[in-house]
Design a protein around this ligand. Sequence first.
Ligand code: ADP
Ligand code: MG
Length: 153
Amino acid sequence: MKEQEIVTKSAEETRAAAGRFVSELLRDDVGRRARVIALWGDLGSGKTTFTQGIAAALGVKGVVNSPTFLIMKKYPLSGGCQGMSLYHLDCYRASSTEEIVDLGWEEIAGDADNFVVVEWPEKIMELLPPDRTDISFQNLSGDGRRIVFGKAS
Ligand code: ADP
Ligand code: MG
């Protein structure tokens, strides 16, 4: 059964949760378009940390950091996902939807060989495909973070 909601107590636990999420994701049938994963939540709620766990589980070699100043970063995958790519977008500083379109959004999101993780998806609402996966993050006290699979409210 898929997890609906968990509370993690450390960045490592959040990365581990992302790994389990990827296992579930890879069990689903591949669609005709990219798998888009929208990460909702405030600054510091763990979106980038979760993305690091996704990247590790997909076989990204090397470090995944916040791409804030780049907006988008592409990582080649290895292992079972050899030949596929992970795109990590942080739309926090995106000034408009067109900026993301100009980065090649349609082509990237239209390619079934891509995983596309989007932080601050609210900045590109009209680009998000309806069949995306929504995951919501919430800061709890201290190192606690609530992760809800599905869109919270
Ligand atoms: P966001 O991308 O949502 O702004 P980050 O993942 O960049 O958030 O930052 C989360 C910060 O909180 C990191 O410094 C991380 O080490 C720390 N942290 C502490 N506890 C947790 C937890 N349970 N899950 C995720 N990150 C945590
Ligand atoms: Mg981030």
